[in-house]
Design a protein around this ligand. Structure first.
Ligand code: NDP
Length: 244
């Protein structure tokens, strides 16, 4: 048994590095054409050049017009978007009492509104073709909350509500929408963590390691595959056992 996405076109936001890059690589390895997306076109092109049948696109997902244009451009280039992975995300951490309005807005716009806009735009084509897979990259922080991350946790919890509502609205058109809630994954986002915090965290993870981008990428590929055709509206927690 092998995950085969031959003939499918995928759009993965935030795929120039980290988890998104691994997702793009894995979907391409499974046979999909992949649109690699970041704010910098040169970086997106460099990543897509390493993958078969892929193209790089520039898009700032915090800017609504950019997201709509991205969906339009990818549909033009590939003829369709069968798989949409809303992965782009940022943090702007501070304790709630010190959090600036603009840092609330930037995180919500980048992490949550972007996903809504991309889903609304890309689902039209999926509905016509009666096939679609949407995967939203949430976080365990959206399930548990986290000190210093009210904005980020709210955006990730919001993605879960969005996922379940979209799953209900689009199920009749054979469009599945699921979320993945990664635990702590080795990427630029977690690289700045102090050694002390890292050691304390490790003690709480039953599998005693941080996750890798590949751990999330294979879960995504599974949710996009025919093996997951009866799964929708779910949050798959991929965290080494942290949350259970
Ligand atoms: P990284 O910071 O390593 O990478 C972020 C990616 O998103 C980059 O490709 C970046 O591209 C892109 N990006 C950021 N902002 C924008 C924007 N405004 N428009 C377009 N692209 C953007 O993050 P991770 O790989 O660690 O995280 C990926 C996702 O997984 C995020 O949603 C994150 O919240 C989530 N997650 C991560 C966890 C972790 O432990 N790492 C845990 C749980 C969830 P570029 O800079 O080239 O524009």
């Amino acid at each position: 048994m092998k995950i085969d996405l031959t003939g499918k076109s995928a759009l993965v936001t935030g795929s120039t590095r980290g988890i998104g890059r691994a997702i793009a690589g894995t979907l391409a390895a499974c046979g999909a054409k992949v649109a690699v997306v970041g704010r910098d076109k040169a970086k997106a092109d460099a990543v897509s050049a390493e993958l078969k049948d892929s193209r790089g696109f520039a898009c700032d997902v915090a800017v609504p017009a950019d997201v709509l244009k991205l969906v339009e451009d990818v549909e033009k280039e590939f003829g369709a978007i069968d798989i949409l992975v809303n992965n782009a995300g940022i943090t702007k951490d501070n304790l709630m009492l010190r959090l600036k309005d603009e840092d609330w807005d930037t995180v919500l716009d980048s992490n949550l509104r972007s996903a809504f806009l991309a889903i609304r735009a890309a689902s039209r084509g999926m509905m016509k073709r009666r096939w679609g897979r949407i995967v939203n990259i949430s976080s365990v922080v959206g399930l548990m909350g986290n000190k210093g991350q009210t904005n980020y946790a709210a955006s990730k919890a919001g993605l879960i509500g969005l996922t379940k509502s979209v799953a209900k609205e689009l199920a009749s058109r054979n469009i599945l929408c699921n979320a993945i809630a990664p635990g702590f994954i080795e990427t630029d986002m977690t690289a700045a963590m102090a050694e002390e915090a890292r050691t304390a965290l490790m003690a709480q993870i039953p599998l005693a390691r941080l996750g890798t981008p590949a751990d999330i990428a294979w879960t995504t590929a599974f949710l996009c595959s025919e093996y997951a055709s009866y799964i929708t509206g779910q949050v798959l927690v991929v965290d080494g056992g942290l949350v259970m």
